[in-house]
Design a protein around this ligand. Structure first.
Ligand code: FES
Length: 259
């Protein structure tokens, strides 16, 4: 009897929770799946990723910075040269790991809900050991902050007409701002600037490092918020640039030119 009761307790999904604990992993799993499918289709198969001028008045963030060497065939999307960095950064992010471990591996599906795995191997075995590359992706992600801001600032200028503003400029600016908040809220970045120190008062550049740590901590406290808002906006911005460039929608703006 006691054995039967133990077996019952260990059954996957057992919980005493009465709330809708399954809702969060369901929404998270669906949201991530939609983004992965959309970004793959848009980045790899899409054509309309820039609009106006040589590098695009509006250039989709999936393609920023635009790299398309002449030796590459026409069918090769420039996004492939860019997307590996943000994808690697996000898939190894501590928040996203929690999110997709719960949503896809059900490990565990939620707090206080029995998981299917009988043992825990952590992230010390392949392929999960690759998650430790997060810090390296973080270094690359830092380079994208000025690159995306450059693209956003460029979107306020139309050759022949000068400074102006359009809905695309606003989206690209919001996208750069949210990506900045997500990146500077990274746990690895916070640790990099001021973690692992035995005696802060004897640390070189301690004032600067402490100031940066305080700023990064503000962003870090809402890392999940920045993770989702930046993910949604980068997708929306890419879609918007596609729609404007393919002339499905007209960009409302202050220029009188061809837009
Ligand atoms: S922990 Fe999320 S981006 Fe580094």
């Amino acid at each position: 009897m006691a054995q039967a009761s133990t077996a019952l307790e260990r059954r996957y999904g057992d919980t005493q929770r009465t709330d809708r604990w399954w809702l969060e992993p369901l929404l998270v799993g669906s949201g991530l799946l939609i983004f992965v499918v959309y970004s793959t289709v848009s980045g790899v198969l899409g054509e309309y990723w820039a609009f106006e001028t040589e590098h695009g008045l509006y250039l989709s963030p999936f393609f920023e910075p635009l790299i398309h060497p002449e030796f590459l065939p026409d069918w090769f999307s420039p996004a492939i040269l860019i997307l590996w960095a943000p994808i690697g950064f996000r898939t190894t992010c501590y928040y996203y790991r929690r999110a997709y471990y719960r949503a896809y591996f059900l490990s565990p599906p939620a707090c206080a809900v029995r998981e299917p795995a009988g043992s825990y191997s952590g992230e010390g075995v392949f392929p999960f050991v690759l998650q430790n590359a997060h810090r390296w992706f973080m270094y690359v992600a830092l380079l994208f902050i000025p690159i995306l801001w450059n693209g956003a600032i460029r979107s306020f200028w139309l050759d022949g007409e000068g400074i102006g503003i359009g809905l695309g400029s606003v989206l690209l600016t919001v996208n750069a701002a949210l990506l900045t908040m997500y990146t500077i809220g990274c746990h690895s970045l916070r640790h990099w600037v001021a973690g692992g120190l035995n005696q802060f008062s004897r640390t070189p550049l301690r004032r600067l490092r402490r100031r940066l740590w305080e700023i990064f901590t503000i962003a870090n406290e809402h890392h999940r918020l920045w993770a989702w808002t930046s993910l949604i906006i980068v997708g929306v911005t890419d879609l918007y640039v596609h729609l404007v460039a393919s002339e499905v929608v007209t960009d409302p703006n202050t220029w009188s030119g061809p837009i």
